[in-house]
Design a protein. Sequence first.
Length: 367
Amino acid sequence: MVKQIIFCTLRNNNGATGGPGGVLYLQMITLGSEILGVPCLYMFNKIKVKYHQIGVLLNKLLFKLLFKGKKHTYFFTHDIEMAALLADLGLPYSLIFHQQGPVVLEQSNMGHKLTAKMKKYYQETERRAFVNARTLHFPSNGAADMYFASEYANCKREEVNLYSPLYNIIPQISPVKPVDLDLKYEDQYITLFSLGTLTVAKGQDQTVKFIGEYVKKSSKPLRYLLVGRGPLRDQLITELEEIKKENPSFVYQYFESLSHEAVMYVHKISDVYIMLHRISIFDFAILEAMSQYSAVILSKVGGNLDFNKEQNVIFAEDTINNSSLLANMNISTFKQKNYDVFCRYFSKKAFIKQYEAFFKNIIVNEN
């Protein structure tokens, strides 16, 4: 019998920052102290030290002591190391996998060089976490498809109990203009916005190339706002300067980083959010854009597909064979569509409803 649900992760509580810790924080403030009358606890790292690996080891030991022999408890975790720990203890758990594909692949895409020992550790931990989970979830259907299609996948789809995706949520706020940000809505432009690490996986190079074509077809001058840091920075700035040179009406502004308050304000004053990912799991920034009435242009990959609930997303690939799609795009219509879809599928109400439905099944099965 399930008398308690523990949501847990081997991550620090840094608020709504994305990733396992960020999603757990949002679960905590949204789902609250109980689900369907069952008490809920939310557990982050309890020990914080300077060196990451030492912190992971100490927190794993502590959680092992806290959880060992725990009865009448169902666990819901967000990372493979916590999941593997629960598997080793023989405890019932569900895992939602937030990484950008198999961990070894994600680390490689981020430019991290892993030793053979670390690769083996991640591969074995990931497999143990997946195959022992009562249910395995991804943040989107597209993320699951991308994982199991990868040559780096550490198990096959038929080896796990793959459940429906559990969509993430964002804090719902009403943005205001930060005093130190010199930006405002400019009606003479179509304002496009991209946010994220400047990497090949994020597809920022594809995004800038697309803008170089869009600027030739647009009925109004384009303004592009880019926020992020990463290895493609210099290349992207050079390419944007070339677009500006060839199209004098085009303007852009680059910010290495902005506060979350500022990011939400930029969403508010933008017309179109654009990201042409090569790898996409379920991007918080897309939800933020939709919540602020932005039209959305995305690549047709992974989790990006899950946002297109009611023909509300413009996919860049579709514009290749239909050049008039961009020229004739009714931005106001798409802006309203995206806000409506956000409210129906990705709001606080929808988030609570999906977890209540999930745990209703779990409680029945475990009892």
